[in-house]
Design a binder for this molecule. Structure first.
Ligand code: ADE
Ligand code: ZN
Length: 345
């Protein structure tokens, strides 16, 4: 037993753990302050009188009530500089939380539909990520995410439009994802575009089992052939599926404060993260849309630790899962895991 580690305040212990964030939407890191600053810079009038009034509107009943505000918030992103500023703010915050590697989702269709060039989106985000890699040593990847409330044809057209940029951003863009309104938009609808992405050599992940049923998790595995499931908490409703996730070591990128804010669970004590972890599932802790859900990755770890009575070794295990489940090369995973092993108490 390492007494220095076990007597440290929990928040400090969590902050020091080298960890990967695998589920964060960059548009969901736009804090109200930055939304107002970018609106002013771009001459956009917001339907809120103040930063506080905007923040006060963050009361959600379900995923759709959140998505309505999230897409409205993203409308202040116009120039490359805006994407850069947003990404920089997130990366600096992640660094404070001990994130050594971030796999960041972005929604190109949210921007191209408003007439913003795909290149502007890529360029601004990538400039911040590369700068943080060289100045702070934090690595990152980009997960280009298709909006599931739109059609597969539109997803396919987005992929086609993005492919000419692949070489220029090969150090970052290595994966695709599927997000937005889950209910009524099952994974099967995107099977062909996912098959195309797989043939192109992209890593594959998809949101499933957040609001949608366990059957959507099965469909993401079978019809889309994903390597990870984003959320996946409703898998618990199908015990045979949970056994499969454990057997096949499928990572779940769980976002506890998001689940709380979007009423997937009524309170944190009822969250199933600890149950899934203790059964042997490869669960990880992530922030999803931290500016909207009241906390970054460290806050998510802390809320789980306190409400679910996670031990320090369970917190180390969760951080280890995040590194193992990342799309990093094995040598880099091993380097971070070695550092993490110092924290076993
Ligand atoms: N886009 C941003 N956050 C999301 C979430 N939690 N679920 C689905 N789509 C999203
Ligand atoms: Zn998400």
């Amino acid at each position: 037993m390492n007494s220095a580690l076990s007597s440290q305040p929990l928040a400090d212990f969590i902050r020091q753990l080298p960890k990967a964030e695998l589920h964060v939407h960059i548009e969901g890191t736009l804090e109200p302050e930055l939304i107002f600053a970018l609106a002013q810079r771009n001459g956009i009038t917001l339907p809120y009188a103040s930063i506080d009034a905007l923040r006060a509107a963050y009361q959600f009943q379900d995923l759709q009530s959140f998505l309505d505000l999230y897409y409205a918030g993203a409308s202040v992103l116009i120039a490359e500089e805006d994407f850069y500023d947003m990404t920089m703010a997130y990366m600096q915050r992640a660094l404070q939380d001990g994130v050594v590697h971030a796999e960041i989702m972005f929604d190109p269709q949210t921007h191209t539909q408003r007439g913003i060039a795909l290149e502007t989106v890529f360029a601004g985000i990538a400039r911040a990520l590369r700068e943080m890699r060289s100045t702070a040593g934090i690595s990152s990847r980009l997960i280009l995410s298709f909006l599931r409330h739109l059609t597969e044809e539109e997803a396919d057209a987005t992929l086609t439009a993005a492919l000419p940029l692949r070489e220029a951003y090969a150090d970052l863009w290595t994966a695709v994802g599927l997000d937005s309104a889950e209910r009524g938009n099952p994974p099967e609808r995107f099977a062909r575009v996912y098959a195309r992405c797989k043939a192109l050599g992209f890593h594959l992940t998809a949101h499933a089992g957040e609001e949608g049923p366990a059957a959507y998790v099965r469909a993401a595995l079978d019809a889309l052939q994903v390597e990870r499931i984003d959320h996946g908490v409703r898998s618990e409703e199908d015990p045979a599926l949970v056994q499969r996730l454990i057997r096949e070591r499928v990572p779940l990128t769980v976002c506890p404060l998001s689940n709380l804010k979007l009423c997937v669970f009524n309170d944190m004590q009822q969250h199933n993260l600890a149950r899934l972890l203790r059964q042997g599932a490869m669960v990880t802790i992530n922030s999803d849309d931290p500016a909207y859900f009241g906390g970054y990755i460290g806050d998510n770890y802390l809320a789980c630790a306190e409400s679910l009575e996670l031990t320090r070794n369970e917190l180390v295990k969760l951080a280890g899962n995040s590194l193992i489940a990342s799309f990093l090369p094995q040598s880099e995973k091993d380097r971070h895991l070695k550092q993490l092993s110092e924290f076993t108490v």
